[in-house]
Design a protein around this ligand. Sequence first.
Ligand SMILES: [Zn+2]
Length: 166
Amino acid sequence: MSLECTYCKGELKNGQVSIHGTFGGFMLFGLSHQNLYFKSDSGKEIKILGSTISTPALRCENCGVVILNKTIDSQRPREILNEILTVTASKELQESIMKANPEANIQDEIEKMWVDFYSPQATEFKESFTSDELVFLSEFNDLIASKNWKEIEAVADAKIDSIVVN
Ligand SMILES: [Zn+2]
């Protein structure tokens, strides 16, 4: 018994959908470009999949429609923080991203990643960091909001080595 495509009534095949980051992709397109986003016609953009995460999916071999069974974004908060601080602290990385994407505004992209990431009320978020780190994150959140990028980059550079990803 197989499922039927809503669009063309073709047969849906089980599989997985994922986005694979490569080191080259990281250098060329930056981390935020490795995520899959969904933007509704009227609503705001939401992140569907982070890089290297996969999710069960169904694909119609007739018309090509893909249905994602999105359960939970399992990328760990510490990994995400590490990615954000890495891009924020590295001028070389930012320059190579801008070279490949002249239209991209790195600071806007970093701010967008941060807003997606920073969720101090969420249990998983709180459990991922020590109380000292949570204090730092709250201060860094205020700093991002101030858009003082010189200071933001300096703080990210000073902090990055202490954020150990297990
Ligand atoms: Zn179909």
